[in-house]
Design a protein around this ligand. Sequence first.
Ligand SMILES: [Zn+2]
Length: 260
Amino acid sequence: MDYREYREKAEKEVSAYFRHCPLCSVEGSMEFQWGVIKDTMTCLNCGAKWHINHGLTGFHWAKLIKDNAEGRGTELLGEKKDPRFWEQMGLNGFRLIKDAPAQVAREKEVIKEEPATTQEEKPWWWNSLKYFVHGLLFSVMFLVLTLAWTFLFAILILLGLFIGFIIGFIVLFLLIGGLNSVLADLMWDITVKTDWKNLLSHGFVLFIVLFIVDIPAIAINFIVPSLATTIVFLIVNAFIYGFAAKKTAGHWEEEYEEND
Ligand SMILES: [Zn+2]
Protein backbone atom coordinates (compact mmCIF):
# COMPACT_ATOMS: atom_id res chain seq x y z
CA MET A 1 0.00 0.00 0.00
CA ASP A 2 1.52 3.32 -0.97
CA TYR A 3 1.20 6.52 0.97
CA ARG A 4 -1.70 7.91 -1.06
CA GLU A 5 -3.69 4.73 -0.64
CA TYR A 6 -3.00 4.82 3.08
CA ARG A 7 -4.24 8.38 3.34
CA GLU A 8 -7.42 7.62 1.42
CA LYS A 9 -8.12 4.60 3.58
CA ALA A 10 -7.40 6.52 6.78
CA GLU A 11 -9.62 9.43 5.77
CA LYS A 12 -12.47 7.06 4.95
CA GLU A 13 -12.11 5.18 8.22
CA VAL A 14 -11.94 8.29 10.39
CA SER A 15 -14.81 9.97 8.52
CA ALA A 16 -17.00 6.91 9.05
CA TYR A 17 -16.77 7.42 12.83
CA PHE A 18 -17.40 11.14 12.50
CA ARG A 19 -20.48 11.05 10.29
CA HIS A 20 -22.23 13.16 12.91
CA CYS A 21 -20.47 15.79 14.94
CA PRO A 22 -20.20 14.36 18.47
CA LEU A 23 -20.99 17.75 20.02
CA CYS A 24 -23.71 19.26 17.82
CA SER A 25 -24.94 16.01 16.17
CA VAL A 26 -25.11 17.62 12.72
CA GLU A 27 -24.53 15.12 9.94
CA GLY A 28 -21.82 15.66 7.34
CA SER A 29 -20.36 18.73 9.00
CA MET A 30 -16.98 17.21 9.82
CA GLU A 31 -13.87 18.09 7.85
CA PHE A 32 -10.73 15.97 8.06
CA GLN A 33 -7.41 17.75 7.74
CA TRP A 34 -3.99 16.23 7.30
CA GLY A 35 -1.27 18.02 9.20
CA VAL A 36 2.50 17.76 9.24
CA ILE A 37 2.55 16.78 12.91
CA LYS A 38 -1.05 16.03 13.74
CA ASP A 39 -4.22 15.38 11.83
CA THR A 40 -7.43 17.03 12.89
CA MET A 41 -11.16 16.76 12.46
CA THR A 42 -13.15 19.99 12.64
CA CYS A 43 -16.89 20.55 12.72
CA LEU A 44 -17.78 23.25 10.21
CA ASN A 45 -21.11 23.73 11.95
CA CYS A 46 -20.08 24.30 15.58
CA GLY A 47 -16.29 24.76 15.46
CA ALA A 48 -15.37 21.79 17.67
CA LYS A 49 -11.99 20.25 16.87
CA TRP A 50 -10.31 16.88 17.50
CA HIS A 51 -6.75 15.65 17.26
CA ILE A 52 -6.93 12.41 15.29
CA ASN A 53 -4.49 9.57 15.96
CA HIS A 54 -4.44 7.23 13.01
CA GLY A 55 -1.62 4.84 12.22
CA LEU A 56 -0.92 1.87 9.99
CA THR A 57 -2.86 -0.33 12.40
CA GLY A 58 -5.96 1.82 12.21
CA PHE A 59 -7.81 4.62 13.96
CA HIS A 60 -6.64 4.62 17.59
CA TRP A 61 -8.21 7.60 19.32
CA ALA A 62 -9.41 11.15 18.94
CA LYS A 63 -8.79 13.90 21.46
CA LEU A 64 -11.06 16.92 21.78
CA ILE A 65 -8.87 20.03 21.54
CA LYS A 66 -11.54 22.69 21.05
CA ASP A 67 -15.06 22.71 22.40
CA ASN A 68 -17.99 24.00 20.41
CA ALA A 69 -19.44 27.47 20.00
CA GLU A 70 -22.20 26.78 22.50
CA GLY A 71 -19.68 25.72 25.12
CA ARG A 72 -20.54 22.05 24.78
CA GLY A 73 -17.79 19.56 25.39
CA THR A 74 -15.76 21.81 27.70
CA GLU A 75 -15.58 19.01 30.27
CA LEU A 76 -14.21 16.68 27.60
CA LEU A 77 -11.37 18.97 26.48
CA GLY A 78 -8.08 17.12 26.39
CA GLU A 79 -9.81 13.74 26.70
CA LYS A 80 -8.47 11.02 24.46
CA LYS A 81 -11.29 8.67 23.56
CA ASP A 82 -11.91 5.62 21.50
CA PRO A 83 -13.40 6.33 18.02
CA ARG A 84 -16.54 4.47 19.09
CA PHE A 85 -17.07 6.85 21.99
CA TRP A 86 -17.29 9.86 19.66
CA GLU A 87 -19.36 7.95 17.14
CA GLN A 88 -21.89 6.99 19.79
CA MET A 89 -21.97 10.53 21.04
CA GLY A 90 -22.74 11.84 17.57
CA LEU A 91 -25.43 9.24 17.03
CA ASN A 92 -27.18 9.56 20.35
CA GLY A 93 -26.95 13.28 20.59
CA PHE A 94 -24.78 15.04 23.08
CA ARG A 95 -27.33 15.30 25.90
CA LEU A 96 -27.99 11.59 26.10
CA ILE A 97 -24.32 10.72 26.43
CA LYS A 98 -23.73 13.49 28.91
CA ASP A 99 -26.02 11.76 31.40
CA ALA A 100 -24.35 8.40 30.90
CA PRO A 101 -21.13 8.90 32.92
CA ALA A 102 -23.14 9.61 36.08
CA GLN A 103 -25.08 6.42 35.60
CA VAL A 104 -21.89 4.43 35.09
CA ALA A 105 -20.48 5.93 38.28
CA ARG A 106 -23.55 4.83 40.24
CA GLU A 107 -23.28 1.30 38.87
CA LYS A 108 -19.63 1.23 39.92
CA GLU A 109 -20.59 2.09 43.49
CA VAL A 110 -22.86 -0.91 43.61
CA ILE A 111 -20.15 -3.28 42.39
CA LYS A 112 -17.59 -1.65 44.72
CA GLU A 113 -14.32 -3.01 46.09
CA GLU A 114 -13.41 -3.83 42.52
CA PRO A 115 -9.78 -2.77 42.15
CA ALA A 116 -9.36 -0.07 39.50
CA THR A 117 -7.19 -1.94 37.05
CA THR A 118 -7.03 0.88 34.53
CA GLN A 119 -5.23 3.26 36.90
CA GLU A 120 -2.55 0.80 37.84
CA GLU A 121 0.38 2.22 39.78
CA LYS A 122 3.49 2.32 37.66
CA PRO A 123 6.75 1.17 39.27
CA TRP A 124 9.17 3.85 40.45
CA TRP A 125 11.51 3.36 37.50
CA TRP A 126 8.76 3.71 34.90
CA ASN A 127 9.28 7.45 34.29
CA SER A 128 13.06 7.07 34.20
CA LEU A 129 12.66 4.45 31.52
CA LYS A 130 10.40 6.77 29.56
CA TYR A 131 12.91 9.61 29.84
CA PHE A 132 15.58 7.24 28.60
CA VAL A 133 13.50 6.05 25.65
CA HIS A 134 12.47 9.62 24.80
CA GLY A 135 16.11 10.76 24.91
CA LEU A 136 17.36 7.78 22.95
CA LEU A 137 14.69 8.08 20.25
CA PHE A 138 15.40 11.77 20.02
CA SER A 139 19.16 11.21 19.65
CA VAL A 140 18.82 8.53 16.99
CA MET A 141 16.19 10.34 14.95
CA PHE A 142 18.01 13.63 15.33
CA LEU A 143 21.20 12.04 14.04
CA VAL A 144 19.40 10.83 10.93
CA LEU A 145 17.76 14.23 10.41
CA THR A 146 21.08 16.02 10.91
CA LEU A 147 22.72 13.97 8.18
CA ALA A 148 20.02 15.08 5.74
CA TRP A 149 20.14 18.60 7.09
CA THR A 150 23.91 18.91 6.58
CA PHE A 151 23.47 18.41 2.84
CA LEU A 152 20.74 21.00 2.71
CA PHE A 153 22.82 23.38 4.80
CA ALA A 154 25.82 23.02 2.49
CA ILE A 155 23.65 23.74 -0.56
CA LEU A 156 22.00 26.72 1.12
CA ILE A 157 25.37 28.20 2.04
CA LEU A 158 26.65 27.72 -1.51
CA LEU A 159 23.59 29.50 -2.87
CA GLY A 160 23.79 32.47 -0.58
CA LEU A 161 26.19 32.68 2.25
CA PHE A 162 24.41 34.65 4.93
CA ILE A 163 20.77 34.07 3.99
CA GLY A 164 21.55 30.38 3.45
CA PHE A 165 23.08 30.23 6.90
CA ILE A 166 19.98 31.78 8.49
CA ILE A 167 17.52 29.60 6.55
CA GLY A 168 19.60 26.52 7.40
CA PHE A 169 19.26 27.19 11.11
CA ILE A 170 15.56 27.99 10.86
CA VAL A 171 15.06 24.60 9.18
CA LEU A 172 17.16 22.90 11.87
CA PHE A 173 15.09 24.42 14.70
CA LEU A 174 11.86 23.48 12.94
CA LEU A 175 13.14 19.90 12.63
CA ILE A 176 14.07 19.74 16.33
CA GLY A 177 10.74 21.24 17.38
CA GLY A 178 8.82 18.89 15.08
CA LEU A 179 10.70 15.81 16.21
CA ASN A 180 10.19 16.61 19.87
CA SER A 181 6.49 17.35 19.31
CA VAL A 182 6.00 13.89 17.85
CA LEU A 183 7.94 12.25 20.69
CA ALA A 184 6.18 14.26 23.42
CA ASP A 185 2.85 13.10 22.06
CA LEU A 186 4.02 9.50 21.73
CA MET A 187 5.71 9.20 25.12
CA TRP A 188 3.82 11.57 27.41
CA ASP A 189 0.56 12.34 25.72
CA ILE A 190 1.55 15.99 25.55
CA THR A 191 -0.07 17.72 22.58
CA VAL A 192 2.33 20.44 21.52
CA LYS A 193 1.46 23.59 19.59
CA THR A 194 2.60 22.91 16.07
CA ASP A 195 2.26 26.11 14.08
CA TRP A 196 5.62 27.15 12.61
CA LYS A 197 6.29 29.97 15.10
CA ASN A 198 5.85 27.67 18.08
CA LEU A 199 7.86 24.87 16.44
CA LEU A 200 10.64 27.34 15.74
CA SER A 201 10.85 28.70 19.30
CA HIS A 202 10.43 25.19 20.76
CA GLY A 203 13.24 23.87 18.54
CA PHE A 204 15.48 26.82 19.28
CA VAL A 205 15.14 26.50 23.06
CA LEU A 206 15.63 22.73 22.95
CA PHE A 207 18.71 23.17 20.75
CA ILE A 208 20.27 25.50 23.34
CA VAL A 209 19.27 23.23 26.25
CA LEU A 210 20.68 20.09 24.61
CA PHE A 211 23.83 21.95 23.61
CA ILE A 212 24.43 22.87 27.25
CA VAL A 213 23.69 19.28 28.33
CA ASP A 214 26.26 18.11 25.78
CA ILE A 215 29.11 20.34 26.97
CA PRO A 216 30.52 17.90 29.61
CA ALA A 217 30.51 15.04 27.12
CA ILE A 218 32.17 17.13 24.43
CA ALA A 219 34.77 18.43 26.89
CA ILE A 220 35.68 15.02 28.29
CA ASN A 221 35.76 13.44 24.85
CA PHE A 222 38.08 16.19 23.79
CA ILE A 223 40.45 15.66 26.72
CA VAL A 224 40.36 11.86 26.90
CA PRO A 225 38.68 10.52 23.78
CA SER A 226 37.71 6.90 24.25
CA LEU A 227 34.93 4.56 23.25
CA ALA A 228 34.07 3.88 26.90
CA THR A 229 33.43 7.53 27.78
CA THR A 230 31.43 7.95 24.57
CA ILE A 231 29.17 5.03 25.48
CA VAL A 232 28.78 6.11 29.10
CA PHE A 233 27.80 9.60 28.00
CA LEU A 234 25.45 8.21 25.39
CA ILE A 235 23.54 6.34 28.09
CA VAL A 236 23.66 9.03 30.77
CA ASN A 237 22.77 11.76 28.30
CA ALA A 238 19.78 9.82 27.00
CA PHE A 239 18.12 10.25 30.44
CA ILE A 240 19.03 13.93 30.59
CA TYR A 241 17.97 14.51 26.98
CA GLY A 242 14.64 12.84 27.59
CA PHE A 243 14.04 14.84 30.76
CA ALA A 244 15.05 18.14 29.13
CA ALA A 245 13.04 17.38 25.99
CA LYS A 246 9.90 16.55 27.95
CA LYS A 247 10.18 19.66 30.14
CA THR A 248 10.73 21.81 27.05
CA ALA A 249 7.74 20.29 25.26
CA GLY A 250 5.63 21.05 28.34
CA HIS A 251 6.19 24.77 27.81
CA TRP A 252 4.69 24.50 24.34
CA GLU A 253 1.79 22.31 25.33
CA GLU A 254 -1.42 23.18 23.56
CA GLU A 255 -3.90 25.02 25.70
CA TYR A 256 -7.32 23.75 24.89
CA GLU A 257 -9.37 26.46 23.35
CA GLU A 258 -12.64 27.29 24.98
CA ASN A 259 -15.31 28.99 22.99
CA ASP A 260 -17.23 31.68 24.81
ZN1 LIG B 1 -20.46 20.21 15.52
